[in-house]
Design a protein around this ligand. Sequence first.
Ligand SMILES: [Zn+2]
Length: 204
Amino acid sequence: MDTNETRTISIRHIPLGFCILSIAAFLVGWGGSVLFDAVSAVEEESLPVTTPVQMRPWRYIVVHHSGAMVGNAEIIESGHLQQGMENGMAYHFLIGNGTARLGDGAVVEGHRWKSQLQGGHSHQDLLNESGIGICLVGDFGRKGPTNQQIQSLAGLIFRLQTQFQIPDDNIHGHGRFYGEDTDCPGKLFPWTNIWSTINAIYQK
Ligand SMILES: [Zn+2]
């Protein structure tokens, strides 16, 4: 016998009295939880299937300056795209200095962080693949970062260091990493101040 036919027949043959009893039970609350579970299950099944982004096993934090006094994520993104970087902004995070409509101390999560892609911020593959690139807008060879940038950087490093268990020895300015050969993030970059701010967060 055709199974569809069986189902149709059985539904048609549900006694009217049973239906009335079921509705009555629902109205007084007996069937409420069962109905709720059924609806939840349907909603869960009909949600679009999205694959959660798998975090990369980050081992380093590499701090950069943008080398320009004015900047925001869109400016850096288009510059890096023009340089042939298909994933756009080479850094994972950008911290604004209050220019180009990006707030002083505002933290932007770049596409490479959201999609957990390797960076394009260092010369060596190892640092790009396992180093989180954080860039602060500014030219710290000429003028140091703002207090807001320092606060935001310290907070971001604290969060990332804690989440990925990155040791202090693996967190440096770009040029401190062996083999990178650059003065980025500039001679006025205040590491002592940043570490004391990070330590103050740890002690809270
Ligand atoms: Zn750099």
